[in-house]
Design a protein around this ligand. Structure first.
Ligand SMILES: [Zn+2]
Ligand SMILES: [Zn+2]
Length: 300
């Protein structure tokens, strides 16, 4: 009987997993996001280090400029590694079995639910991700750049990574513009900067390929800063409000604390500002399973 039960569970789990994987093709979207990320991360650094910074800055400032570029690259890369760690916030069988039982004197199973796709008990604030094929603790959103779901344990690295993507690409973009302006002044030769006209100018031999490369990176940087900036502002908003992305959409406010600092500490840990200087995987308050209910919540 027991063996039959387990096999039925496995069957259902496999069914939902295969069905979702077929429908959403997560691997392709993840690979596309990660490929674009690494393409930008490496080419922007190399172009800044070897071409733009030596050409734009004074000899005395070149080393300083290169150190800043590498420091920003390192921050983005380390936070990407930490955010993309597989199963960082996944609900495992062991976690699932921690659901309080009615026989327990301090029985409180508020927010626990059964995930039909995983065939496991899922703690409060955890949600299933069809792309990862698992339930994620305090799931915020699925990120294609890291190819991973962001939840209780890795959301902070994602936010810091976004911050440094915005800072790093803005730094590289400003230097790019200064360099391009020194080749073709924007004021007098603005036409060279218009994406649809540039290829024609190259064909006629009026624009060199280095300029095209810098212009291409510049436009990619603008798009990336726009997307990363949007997600950064969104993440700041949900962290400030003590919600996850899913909770914000559904207007769920059960778990909000009266103290804003508590919202920040839940995501970043007790030394939250340190995350923006050194990405240390310090422990977070709580276990991601048990959440206090908002004391000011008024139920109508
Ligand atoms: Zn699930
Ligand atoms: Zn996911």
């Amino acid at each position: 009987m027991n063996a039959e039960e387990i096999s039925l569970k496995d069957k259902l789990r496999r069914h939902y997993h295969d069905r979702d994987r077929f429908k959403l093709k997560p691997s392709y979207s993840n690979y596309a996001g990660m490929t674009y990320f690494w393409f930008m991360n490496i080419t922007v650094l190399m172009t800044s280090h070897f071409i733009v910074i030596p050409a734009i800055l004074d000899a005395s400032q070149v080393m300083q400029g290169i150190i800043i570029a590498w420091a920003l690259f390192t921050e983005v890369t380390i936070n990407w590694i930490l955010a993309s760690k597989k199963n960082a916030s996944t609900v495992t069988q062991e976690i699932s079995e921690k659901q309080p039982q009615p026989s327990n004197t301090s029985y409180n199973s508020f927010g626990w639910k059964k995930c039909i796709k995983c065939q496991m008990n899922s703690p409060p604030r955890a949600n299933h991700c069809s792309l990862c094929g698992a339930c994620i603790l305090k799931r915020d959103l699925h990120c294609f750049v890291t190819g991973n779901c962001l939840g209780f344990h890795n959301q902070r690295y994602f936010i810091v990574m976004l911050f440094y993507i915005v800072v790093g690409l803005t730094y590289a973009g400003v230097l790019n513009v200064l360099y391009m302006n020194s080749i073709y002044p924007i004021g007098s030769e603005f036409v060279n900067y218009i994406p649809f006209i540039t290829p024609w100018k190259v064909y006629q031999g009026e624009v060199n390929l280095l300029f095209v490369w810098l212009l291409f990176l510049f436009y990619c940087s603008i798009c990336s800063v726009g997307v990363a900036g949007f997600f950064l502002l969104w993440e700041i908003t949900v962290v400030y409000r003590g919600q996850t992305t899913g909770e914000a959409w559904k207007r769920i406010r059960f778990y909000k604390s009266p103290h804003i600092l508590q919202h920040i500490r839940v995501v970043f840990g007790p030394y939250w500002i340190l995350n923006f200087i050194i990405p240390l995987p310090t422990s977070l308050p709580g276990d991601g399973l048990h959440w206090e209910i908002n004391p000011n919540l008024k139920v109508h």
